[in-house]
Ligand binder design. Structure first.
Ligand code: NDP
Length: 246
């Protein structure tokens, strides 16, 4: 029997990048998967088609994580489709990198609305709608440990995600739900590579003990473990997935 047989997983921002790899790996391990996306319908449909072609179960549901009503709809539609949700992965996120002096009110609000309010919105839904004995995995970032200039608002949002994680773990523990965050290091996706010259990417890759960037699959493998019954005693933790970057 596969590790996640009979489980249902909801992954936000799963149309591409790390989220798409997480959705595929969860499905490969037996979970039925809801692939959430905001604007990338074609990419989300491709993620679903690849899962189905590999013999898995998946559907795509649109919803902007920063909108309360979209997240209520997302949870209700997912439960209508698959009967329950056991695993929530809060992966959707954006990264705006600017010096504080150049950061506009709009930059600040957008970053917090998606990364923090988005995570808050799904946790609030999960508090009453996630199945007993479920798992929540939230995406933070190793940048919270690195203090690079221009990352202030981004790491502020991810610090908030880690704190939401710790408190939510205490709030839902009685239902057997474990709640953790993971902090990938530099990982080879559009969010990371967009606008970066090759030399910057090489320098960031060299921060790892393995002298390479992380791949979405490196992250997905750990999410499957954290969502499995074997990881139940891990809760309220933040785990670095970064090849010894920090
Ligand atoms: P990508 O930019 O490659 O993908 C982002 C995903 O989030 C897309 O599927 C996008 O979907 C979705 N998304 C964006 N905004 C929303 C929204 N408002 N509502 C729902 N979905 C949304 O990012 P990554 O895969 O690199 O990052 C995934 C997570 O990992 C993020 O939380 C990021 O902060 C974190 N992370 C990434 C690292 C990296 O180096 N790549 C390192 C550490 C952490 P759509 O296109 O449909 O809007």
């Amino acid at each position: 029997m596969k590790t996640l047989e009979n489980k249902v997983a909801l992954v936000t921002g799963a149309s591409r990048g790390i989220g798409a790899a997480i959705a595929s790996e969860l499905a490969k391990n037996g979970a039925a998967v809801v692939v959430n996306y905001a604007g990338g319908k074609a990419a989300a449909d491709e993620t679903v088609a690849a899962i189905v072609a590999a013999g898995g179960k998946a559907i795509a549901i649109q919803g902007d994580v920063s909108k309360t009503e979209d997240m209520t709809h997302l949870f209700d539609e997912a439960i209508a489709a698959f009967g329950k949700i056991d695993i929530l992965v809060n992966n959707a996120g954006i990264m705006i990198t600017k010096l504080i002096k150049d950061t506009t009110d709009e930059d600040y609000t957008r970053q917090f609305d998606i990364n923090v309010k988005g995570t808050f919105n799904t946790l609030r839904e999960a508090a009453t709608k996630l199945a007993n004995n479920g798992s929540v995995i939230n995406l933070s970032s190793t940048t919270t440990r690195l203090m690079f200039p221009t990352y202030a608002t981004y790491v502020a949002t991810k610090g908030a995600v880690e704190q939401l994680t710790r408190v939510f773990a205490k709030e839902v523990g009685a239902k057997g739900i474990n709640v953790n965050s993971i902090s990938p290091g530099p990982t080879n996706t559009e969010l990371f590579t967009t606008g970066k010259p090759q030399e910057v990417m090489d320098r960031l890759a060299s921060l790892s003990a393995f002298n390479r960037l992380g791949e979405p699959q490196d992250i997905a493998n750990v999410v499957v473990f954290l969502a499995s019954d074997a990881a139940k005693w891990i809760s309220g933790q933040n785990i670095g997935l970064n090849g010894a970057v920090a």
